[in-house]
Structures are given as structure tokens and as C-alpha cells.
Design a protein around this ligand. Structure first.
Ligand code: IPM
Ligand code: MG
Length: 352
């Protein structure tokens, strides 16, 4: 199997290095051969070749079986609204060019970490939900610009029925493999695009008679998601609502450093932690590698249908949490381990 390796910026190189170590251990135990194909992206690529997603990187991604991605973004770009080339543009272009239209972000809780969440135990215990966020349309990619001598700005949100159908289909299929509940999150009381989403999903219901579909407004979901997350199974939503709600959902799990994600389309799929590049931690060997390692587990499962391998990684992660071999974000008053020590521990667990 060939896997494009896009380490990116900040802690990206450190956390992906641990995911590579763990994946290689899995490959050794199960007799697979992984060819890692490193490529430049983000600020690292801007510095090297002036483009956050250079054509050579696209070539590597498009011709690999899957992509493992670290993180991109650096403060020197965030704090400069006039920067012409931004790392995030690379990410958006990559999603578009690779056709990664569905972002799958699970939210679950680890028993040993429940008390890390700012939410009360009884509210979140047993939470197991997945967002399927539309990733290549909507206001992120609509027409935008300035008018009126630069005094007016606009961004437009556009969706076609086809874009909605293909995203919703991923949601329905995922619901069928789980608890068979699907929630469409929209703002159909105000937005025309939301009304098209609602109408389209309603028309698909008959194809999936076993799935119970609910339709909820995004503002209400923002509230109910933290009040009673157990109410949800699979949630589908357009691009911007999904961006906001998936950050909110990550709080439920107690640590951003644990949550993996997959971006899928018709061709190659990409796997990445949901956290950012955490520049303050760069090079300090303190970043939590577990979200990237769990993203590698999703990669084995979703791109290669290797469920045992994925489960093996998750078991090792659970073991490191139970044994408190964790980085400082999770250590509390216990001794904190380094990024690479956590990776070494997982490798030892896997090879045992
Ligand atoms: C995400 C991020 C990106 C997004 C940014 C970095 C462009 O927040 O993956 O959720 O908004 O999609
Ligand atoms: Mg986001």
C-alpha cells in the first residue's frame, strides 16, 4: 500500500512521525508493506516553493492509496490578513482537487478520560456520534469579493442538489452501519440553500426505510449537542455549520488531542487529526500524537477495510490511556510522557 505523508506545519511532523511508527508496527505484525511518500504542504511548502499545495504534492496524493495528514497553519500568517498566500488555501485546494467532499468526524468518550471533559459525566458518558460535514462546497467555495470602494464584502453560499445527494448518501450509509438515526442540521427557517438540503434529504428517505431521519436547526443543535449528546448518532451538515459544530463536539470527548477524522470522496481519502498545528508546542516533544494515530486507524479501516488492524491500534491507545502513558495535556497530576515515548509505548503494546 502507498500512503502519501503530508506532515505540514507546527507539531504536524512530530505527530505524524508517531503515527508512521505505529502503522509500521501494525504492518509488521499483520504482514503488510507500506510505502510512505512524503510531500510538502502548508507553510512548509510556501517557504520551500511558494505554494501551500504544490502540483508535485497533488501528484503524490492523487496517485497514492490514501493520505495521512498532520496539520497546517502558522501564526505569522494568521496575524497578517493581507498575506497573499496562506497555508489554509492549500488545505482547501487539496480538498477540492482530490474531491474530498465528505468529512467524517466521530465524537466518542474514553471512559478513563470522562472527567477531563468540562461537561458533566452523566451527560456525556456513552456518547457516540459522527458528523459528516460537506467539505467542498457552500460559503467556503462560493463567489466572494469586495464592492463599494472596499467598504462592502460578500461571501456566497451555493449548493447543488447533486452535491447534497452525494453527501447525504454517505450519511445514510454510515447510519445504516450504526444505530440508524440520521439528523440533518440546517437553517431551513431562513436560508434557501438549507431548504434545498431539507427537500433533497426528505426525497431520499424512502431509499433508506430503516433509517430514522430528523431535521434540526443549527442553533438548536449547537445547544442540544452539549446538553444531551447521546441523542445523536449520525449528523449531516453543510460546510460552515459542520466546521463550527465539529469543534464544539470535540469538547465532549475531553481532549482535542484525541479526535481523528477522515475526508472521503470518490477517489483517494485523507486522514487527519482534528486539532491544529499548535505552533507553541513545536519541537518540544509534548504534543499528543493520539489523534493522528487514531486517524491512521481510520485509514486502515476505511481505505483498506482492515478492521482488525484498526481495532488493534485502538486497543493499544486504550491501554496507554489506562496505564496513563500520556502527554501532558492528559497527564493531570501524573508524570507526563513525551510525544515519542507515547509512540514507543504503543509500538511495544502492538508487538506484544
Ligand atoms: C477544519 C479547519 C479548516 C476549515 C481551516 C483550517 C480552513 O478549521 O478543518 O475544520 O475551516 O475547514
Ligand atoms: Mg474547523
Amino acid at each position: 500500500m502507498t500512503i502519501a505523508l503530508l506532515a505540514g506545519d507546527g507539531i504536524g511532523p512530530e505527530v505524524t512521525a508517531e503515527a508512521v511508527k505505529v502503522s509500521n508496527a501494525i504492518a509488521e505484525v499483520y504482514g503488510h508493506e507500506i510505502e510512505w511518500r512524503p510531500a510538502l504542504t502548508g507553510a512548509a511548502a510556501i517557504d520551500a516553493v511558494g505554494d501551500p499545495y504544490p502540483p508535485e504534492t497533488h501528484e503524490v496524493c492523487a496517485s497514492s492509496d490514501a493520505v495521512l495528514f498532520g496539520a497546517i497553519g502558522l501564526p505569522r500568517f494568521d496575524n497578517d490578513p493581507s498575506a497573499k498566500v496562506r497555508p489554509e488555501q492549500g488545505l482547501l485546494r487539496m480538498r477540492k482537487m482530490l474531491g474530498l467532499y465528505a468529512n467524517v468526524r466521530p465524537t466518542f468518550v474514553f471512559e478513563s478520560l470522562i472527567d477531563n471533559s468540562p461537561l458533566k459525566r452523566d451527560r456525556i458518558e456513552g456518547t457516540d456520534l459522527v458528523f459528516v460535514r460537506e467539505l467542498t462546497g457552500g460559503i467556503y467555495f462560493g463567489e466572494r469579493g469586495r464592492q463599494d470602494n472596499n467598504n462592502t464584502a460578500f461571501d456566497t453560499c451555493t449548493y447543488t442538489r447533486d452535491e447534497i445527494v452525494r453527501l447525504a448518501r454517505k450519511g445514510f450509509e454510515l447510519a445504516m452501519s450504526r444505530r440508524k438515526q440520521l439528523c440533518l442540521v440546517d437553517k431551513a427557517n431562513v436560508l434557501e440553500t438549507s431548504r434545498l438540503w431539507r427537500e433533497t434529504v426528505q426525497s431520499m428517505e424512502k431509499e433508506y426505510p430503516e433509517v430514522t431521519v430528523s431535521y434540526e436547526l443549527v442553533d438548536a443543535v449547537a445547544m442540544r449537542l452539549i446538553q444531551w449528546p447521546k441523542a445523536y448518532d449520525v449528523l449531516i451538515t453543510e460546510n460552515l455549520f459542520g466546521d463550527i459544530l465539529t469543534d464544539e463536539a470535540s469538547v465532549i470527548s475531553g481532549s482535542m488531542g484525541l479526535m481523528p477524522s477522515a475526508s472521503i470522496g470518490s477517489k483517494v481519502a485523507l486522514y487527519e487529526p482534528i486539532h491544529g498545528s499548535f505552533p507553541q508546542a513545536t519541537g518540544k516533544n509534548i504534543a499528543n500524537p493520539l489523534a493522528t494515530i487514531l486517524s491512521a486507524a481510520m485509514l486502515f479501516e476505511m481505505s483498506f477495510n482492515l478492521k482488525d488492524e484498526a481495532e488493534h491500534i485502538r486497543k493499544a491507545v486504550n491501554q496507554s490511556l489506562a496505564d496513563m502513558v500520556v502527554t501532558e495535556d492528559l497527564a493531570g497530576s501524573n508524570q507526563a510522557y513525551g510525544t515519542s515515548e507515547v509512540g514507543d509505548y504503543l509500538v511495544a503494546q502492538i508487538k506484544k
